[in-house]
Design a binder for this molecule. Structure first.
Ligand code: ZN
Length: 303
């Protein structure tokens, strides 16, 4: 199976291992608030990113010195499932963030994300657990999903604070999704999260699309010109035929006869090319003048 653009971006982000404990805690906080389940009933993190699944146990070890109660085999693929159900472990984790097992509504506890290093680590965790980014060949879309309403609201404000713009926000299946649709903003966020290669992928796809559009526009333009040339040539050919049919051709000045024959023999070429075929070669306006003269004469013999 081909590796998705999202998985590639996550692999890049997973190379950044938090060095300070404050950052490990912040990254785990982002993971927990944006993962599948985080509450008194347990923790469940499901991911398809192998890189994230390899980082996850290390992060929990560093932040809480806690291991998962259930985690996939080292060589597992597909949906990888991590769980903590032990209530002692759960309350230890909750406590780290100022919650208890009775806390009903989880939110982004601000002291955890106070430092700039921790803000970035938090958003990295949020993206790894609850985020995705669409392959730019298919469209521009990046999102972060959470099941906690107040977390979505606070995440919205946090993104504005660190990135300088607000994401869009919408409800989905009882949860909340923060998302972006602009290529340059998505690219900025990926760079901020530590995925410059994916960020560049977005900008390259955008450039390629723009280039293709320009080429298409130019082709359309050429087509329009081509059809104008064909139309004009058709009018000239009709005029020359009329003049011949009326027996007037031999009476034409030599220069006009030469122009008429060149056009009859080359019905599809442009004025410039036709002008170059004259003996001696003439300018494009002069060629145009000769052909217009033929059209005008045909109208006169027809009248
Ligand atoms: Zn930190």
């Amino acid at each position: 199976m081909a590796i998705s653009f999202s998985a590639k971006a996550k692999a890049e982000i997973c190379k950044i291992i938090p060095q300070k404990r404050c950052c490990a805690l912040a990254q785990c906080f982002g993971i927990l608030l944006f993962c599948n389940t985080f509450g008194a009933g347990g923790i469940r993190i499901i991911t398809e990113s192998r890189d994230f699944s390899q980082l996850l146990p290390k992060l929990f070890k560093k932040a809480f010195n806690i291991s998962f109660d259930r985690q996939p085999e080292a060589d597992a693929t597909g949906k990888l499932n991590f769980q903590i159900n032990d209530s002692e472990k759960l309350s230890a984790i909750m406590e780290q963030y100022g919650f208890t097992l009775d806390t009903l509504s989880l939110h982004i506890n601000l002291p955890v994300v106070e430092e700039d290093c921790c803000k970035a680590a938090f958003l990295r965790g949020a993206f790894l657990a609850g985020g995705s980014v669409t392959d730019p060949e298919k469209g521009y879309h990046m999102e972060l999903a959470t099941t906690h309403q107040s977390v979505a609201r606070e995440g919205y404000a946090l993104i504005q604070e660190v990135m300088g713009f607000y994401p869009k926000s919408s409800g989905r299946g009882g949860g909340q999704v923060l998302y972006l649709k602009q290529s340059d903003l998505i690219s900025d966020v990926l760079t901020y999260l530590g995925a410059p290669v994916a960020a560049m992928g977005i900008m390259e796809a955008k450039l390629e699309k723009e280039l293709n559009n320009r080429v298409n526009r130019r082709c359309n333009c050429d087509d329009a010109n081509t059809s104008k040339v064909v139309e004009a040539a058709q009018e000239q050919l009709n005029a020359i035929r009329t003049i011949r049919n009326k027996g007037q051709f031999e009476q034409l000045p030599v220069k006009l006869q030469q122009a008429a024959v060149a056009r009859e023999e080359n019905p599809e070429v442009s004025l410039t090319e036709l002008a170059a075929m004259m003996e001696p070669p003439i300018t494009k306006p002069a060629m145009n003048h000769r052909l217009q003269k033929l059209v005008q004469m045909a109208q006169e013999v027809n009248a």
